[in-house]
Design a protein around this ligand. Sequence first.
Ligand SMILES: Cc1cc2nc3c(=O)[nH]c(=O)nc-3n(C[C@H](O)[C@H](O)[C@H](O)COP(=O)(O)OP(=O)(O)OC[C@H]3O[C@@H](n4cnc5c(N)ncnc54)[C@H](O)[C@@H]3O)c2cc1C
Length: 390
Amino acid sequence: MENTAEAVVIGGGVIGTSVAFHLAKIGLRNVVLLERSHLAAGSTGRSVGLIETNYGLDVDVALAKCGYDEFRRFSEVTGGNAEFHPRPYLETVAAKDQEAHLERAVEVGRRHGVRVRLVSPEEIAEAFPELRVDDVTRGLLSQDAGFCDPHSVATSYAAAAQRLGVTVQTKTPVERILVERGRVRGVRTAAGEIRAPVVVNATGPWCNDLLEPLGLSLPVARWQRQIFVTSPHPDIPNDRPMYIDLPGRFYFRQELSGGFVLGLVEDDPAQESELANPETDWAFKARAVEAAVHRVPKLAETSIASAWSGVVTFTPDQLPVLGPVKEAAGLYLANGMSGYGVMISPGVGTALAEMIVRGESKTIDVSGLGYGRFHGKDVVQGAGLWLSGP
Ligand SMILES: Cc1cc2nc3c(=O)[nH]c(=O)nc-3n(C[C@H](O)[C@H](O)[C@H](O)COP(=O)(O)OP(=O)(O)OC[C@H]3O[C@@H](n4cnc5c(N)ncnc54)[C@H](O)[C@@H]3O)c2cc1C
């Protein structure tokens, strides 16, 4: 292992690999990425891979739009394959007082060139004939969306970074981030130290393990999420819009086979022991199936073909924590991805790389996403995927 580098990136999920690739792409080649297990071992390998671009804040949309644009031309950018498949994206609400959320998303989205419009229940039924709409008041339908294979994203970014000179070292846990007199000096692993003036923490649900010894702690909640996949229905084509029922906290997309990948969101705290290998909660299956059959009644004619579970991290404002740490110059955070880390991974990598190499992220203004925003200030509400109130 090299014992000096210009930058060390910790964590081999979509975020760490994207940061490493984008650093190398804009010129920082002596970079070492350290992953304690294998690439995509954390949340990334458990993700549903939904990519969409519809949020209520400029910074969300800018990050997601950057992601969508990069996923569409992923092989051109990285030489790899994200297994990206374009699909329309539909969100619905069930009451008049929830519609402002959709209107805001359409307004912000259009500002960023997203192809999105508000739709009536009749228009929803036209776009998705099998979807039940009698309890829906309005929807948002976007063309700038699709799904990818998050594992392929991480491994492709890592391979592309390696081709540009980055060292990717798996099975190498970082034991400690080294800080001396207010400056980062590198990291310590079991195989020795790597001295570097820049260290990026991209350790997903484990971000605080390396920060707490430095006296820092991010307000990152870790929730366990259950995913169930139906068998295909012979009468439902495989290219129906990906769907989110916002008040129902329920979503799905289809596999290429046509099977529905179902996610019913419940904030079930992830226990420390479950982080490494989250297990399926089969008792939860009945509720996910009930939500699915309610929304797409024909799914009563399918069965559950497979399932998995994973851990997501959420900050109080459902926005990631990006940027430098004042108390330890050279330490950068890329944490708290708030349920949409895959779709924003290209934007996060781009922004972090520009901050590190050029001192400022010009492509996307992420200056409001530093961890200092949680110190004694009101956090932005309603920014994320899920409604946080009417
Ligand atoms: C069920 C589920 C569905 C999801 N669906 C979507 C979706 O549709 N769209 C979307 O955009 N996002 C989705 N997400 C969220 C998304 O998966 C995450 O936001 C994203 O994967 C976070 O990536 P990451 O690189 O920050 O973290 P991770 O993928 O968790 O990577 C962190 C890595 O750091 C490593 N690590 C930890 N500690 C150390 C250490 N000390 N030394 C070295 N390495 C270390 C870990 O082994 C791990 O590989 C979903 C997540 C889940 C669980």
